[in-house]
Design a protein around this ligand. Structure first.
Ligand SMILES: NC(=O)c1ccc[n+]([C@@H]2O[C@H](COP(=O)([O-])OP(=O)(O)OC[C@H]3O[C@@H](n4cnc5c(N)ncnc54)[C@H](OP(=O)(O)O)[C@@H]3O)[C@@H](O)[C@H]2O)c1
Length: 260
């Protein structure tokens, strides 16, 4: 059975894999046997991540690239395929936000978030699937969604729209690409301790709210996400597609404890 959770002889590309959730996923995939391609902007962070991941004994490639450059994604991916001889597992993790009251956000704020969180994801999925079709090989795509694929927090309209879009894009691509044996799923992280959420986990009031609201009573870790990613990347999930796996300690399932 454990064989079905192994990823030996697979290559996985993780965008935003130098830090946070992306690094947690890359580490778990490497520990399961996959060679890893990391894409992010900061070269120093990429080098540090490469050093850590090399300890798993896997081959690790790094590419400094800004995923907002949508028109250059095809060329970037072609270079990776040339260097690695093909990517089997694609994890679309890089993302960002620009927050503010919806009435005051600029079109530039909106476009920035939609471009990085959705358009870049679609472009990379397309590049990936075209190569898989050409080489006649199957593959797995894992998109990173959010609690905001289902529900919203104040002052984050473009992000909520983009992650809601990711939920539907995941289903649409799963339906379109089943005929090519491409599984397309998403992971929806709950509140995960990373640089992105530092202001929240350093805030005592927020921590109290989180412990109250989350049935498991704690923050999630990048490792929690990594474990879920191994399942969605591995042969064990070959018949799972179009699914959004929320890794949130039960948060989405409850209004909160009912002690009154
Ligand atoms: N943390 C949470 O609680 C949480 C919850 C739900 C969903 N998410 C989602 O999970 C994903 C990762 O979040 P995180 O918390 O791990 O963030 P993080 O700790 O800030 O890490 C973000 C990673 O993405 C890379 N990145 C950012 N912008 C990029 C760009 N334009 N091009 C290429 N790489 C880029 C960063 O490296 P560089 O800066 O060097 O490029 C870094 O490797 C995002 O899609 C986020 O929306 C996070």
């Amino acid at each position: 059975m454990t064989e079905k959770f192994r990823l030996d002889n697979h290559i996985s590309l993780v965008t935003g894999g130098s830090k946070g959730i992306g690094f947690g996923i890359a580490k778990a995939l490497a520990e399961a046997g996959a060679d890893i391609v990391l894409v992010a902007r900061n070269e120093k962070d990429l080098e540090q991540a490469q050093d850590k991941l090399t300890q798993t004994g896997r081959r690790i490639w790094t590419y400094s690239f800004d995923m907002s450059n949508v028109e250059k994604i095809d060329g970037m991916f072609a270079g990776i395929v040339k260097d690695t001889e093909g990517v089997d597992i694609l994890v679309n993790n890089a993302g960002g936000t620009r927050r503010g009251p919806a009435e005051s956000l600029s079109t530039d704020d909106w476009n920035f978030v939609i471009n990085l969180n959705m358009t870049a994801v679609f472009a990379l999925c397309q590049a990936f699937v075209k190569e898989r079709i050409k080489s006649g090989k199957k593959g797995k795509i894992i998109n990173i969604a959010s609690l905001m694929s289902e529900t919203v927090r104040e002052d984050n309209a473009p992000y909520a729209a983009s992650k809601g879009g990711i939920r539907q894009l995941t289903k649409a691509l799963a339906v379109d690409w089943a005929k090519y044996q491409i599984n397309v799923n998403a992971i929806g992280p709950g509140f995960i301790q990373t640089d992105l959420t530092r202001a929240l986990w350093e805030n005592e009031e927020f921590n109290k709210w989180l412990a109250w609201k989350t049935p498991w009573g704690r923050w999630g870790s990048p490792e929690d996400l990594g474990n879920a990613a191994v399942y969605l990347a591995a042969p064990a999930s070959d018949f799972v597609t179009g699914h959004i796996l929320y890794v949130d300690g039960g948060l989405l399932s409850t209004f909160g404890p009912s002690s009154w």
